[in-house]
Design a protein around this ligand. Structure first.
Ligand SMILES: Cc1ncc(COP(=O)(O)O)c(C=O)c1O
Length: 429
């Protein structure tokens, strides 16, 4: 975890910095001017955004404007009128692979390797067990990022128990180096959900492969936020959320990437009739479907899946490299404004300064973070709180403006100044 004391006197942090924030010599540009020059600014109209500032797209993406009409049509016509005919006539049956192919370019995957369905956790389970089975009996260890999202840790422990492997929790930065001849697979986050730290997927994968181990990459906080290169980086298996930067809606299905060369050996621990080579044969034995469809389980959640599919239309004509450039500009701007507007030492950023180590969020440590975030939300700036002391602000470049970032800092400064005497980290403390 990287920590940077935010200090307005010397806004360039002492931590190694490839991209120093604004200093007194380089005044922070005006938010309105940055918005006027932003080539992605027009994409905001593709979303339903009310008043206030929404910086929680890393938890639940905003509603894309085209989703309500599409869902209304799915319900009224495809379900209401066509009923069961829609499984074929409306393409419901093949939606998991079709929506997967729609996500594929965003994660650097050629078609036929991404399938959509189930929750992220369920897909992590499928991927981990399948990886252990692929690695074979000689490899009796599973590695997991020690600071990982709880679900990932719980599942890794459960899979280890189920498959008779030993689980080792290793800090993310050292996970690839910790792999050895016993390691079957490492479950690694691309971006840390708390700190927003970005890890080098290519380097981690290469190091794990040198040790003869497989990687399962959790893309929840990178898919749709920054370029992901699953094919080019040699990633074996990956999973990601549909409801964060992909804006698929609450509880949107997740996605599972199964590298083409691994598909024939992908032995799912959750085989169902939907992953059968001939689902309607209704045979006693499970014969896995060829291709990525073997990552399916049961009847897909069509309403959520088609909401996600409609949400993905916002990516039409959008270059993910431009999204990354804007994300970094937004987080640079936010950090610089925090340094400028807040008294020295009020908050501590745990998000790396270096561009190549930063995802698309900024997390600030404050002892009264829970109370501060509650008050920010009350005043119209929505981020979130992560225990015990983090204020988390997500930047979704498709709809977050520099003016939003600026307003968030202004309100944060007001909230901190107004903290009642005696509050930890408050004016009277
Ligand atoms: C990094 C990470 N992994 C896994 C999950 C679990 O996702 P789900 O609740 O969809 O199973 C989340 C949810 O936020 C997450 O952020």
């Amino acid at each position: 975890m990287s920590e940077t004391q935010v200090n307005p006197v010397n806004p360039v942090p002492s931590a190694t910095s490839a991209t120093p924030a604004a200093s007194k010599a380089t005044p922070i540009p005006d938010a309105a001017a940055l918005d006027a020059a932003d080539p992605l600014a027009g994409l905001r109209d593709r979303f339903v955004l009310g008043d206030g500032v929404y910086l929680d797209g890393n938890s639940l993406g905003a509603l894309p404007a085209g989703v309500p009409a599409r869902l209304a049509d799915v319900v009224a016509r495809e379900w209401g009128e066509l009923r069961i005919r829609s499984w074929t006539e409306s393409g419901w049956w093949i939606a998991p692979e079709r929506v997967g192919d729609r996500i594929a370019p965003l994660v650097g995957a050629a078609p036929g390797q991404v399938v959509v369905g189930d929750s992220t956790g369920v897909n992590i389970f499928k991927a981990l067990v399948a990886a252990v089975r692929m690695a074979g009996e000689g490899r009796d260890e599973i590695l997991v990022d020690g600071d990982t999202f709880p679900t990932d840790g719980y599942l890794a422990a459960s899979v280890a128990r189920m498959t008779g492997r030993e689980l080792r929790r290793v800090p993310a930065a050292g996970i690839a180096g910790a792999a050895g001849p016993r390691t079957a697979v490492a479950l690694v986050n691309h971006v840390d959900y708390r700190t927003g730290e970005l890890y080098d997927a290519a380097a981690i994968t290469a190091r794990l492969h040198e040790a003869g181990a497989l990687v399962v990459l959790d893309l929840c906080h990178s898919a749709g936020a920054l370029p992901v290169r699953l094919d080019a980086d040699g990633v074996d298996l990956a999973v990601g959320c549909g409801y964060k930067y992909l804006n698929g809606g609450p509880g949107a299905p997740a996605f599972l990437y199964i590298r083409a060369e691994h598909q024939p050996r992908f032995d799912s621990p959750l085989p169902g009739w939907n992953s059968h080579a001939d689902p309607f044969a209704m045979t006693d034995d499970h014969v896995p479907a060829p291709g990525v469809a073997r990552g399916r389980v049961g009847t897909p959640d069509i309403l959520s899946m088609l909401a996600l599919e409609a949400a993905l239309e916002v990516w039409e004509g959008v270059d993910i490299e431009a999204v990354r450039a804007k994300s970094l500009a937004l987080t640079d701007f936010f950090l610089a404004r925090v340094e400028e507007a807040l008294p020295a030492g009020t908050v501590t950023s745990v998000t790396p300064r270096e561009h190549d180590r930063r995802g698309s969020q900024v997390s600030l440590r404050h002892p009264a973070a829970r109370e501060v975030m509650a008050e920010l939300i009350r005043r119209g700036v929505v981020g979130d709180f992560r225990a015990p002391d983090l204020l988390r602000f997500g930047f979704t470049p498709l709809y977050t403006s520099f003016t939003d970032a600026d307003r968030a800092v202004r309100v944060l400064a007001e909230v901190l100044a107004d903290l009642p005497a005696g509050t930890p980290g408050g004016a009277g403390a």
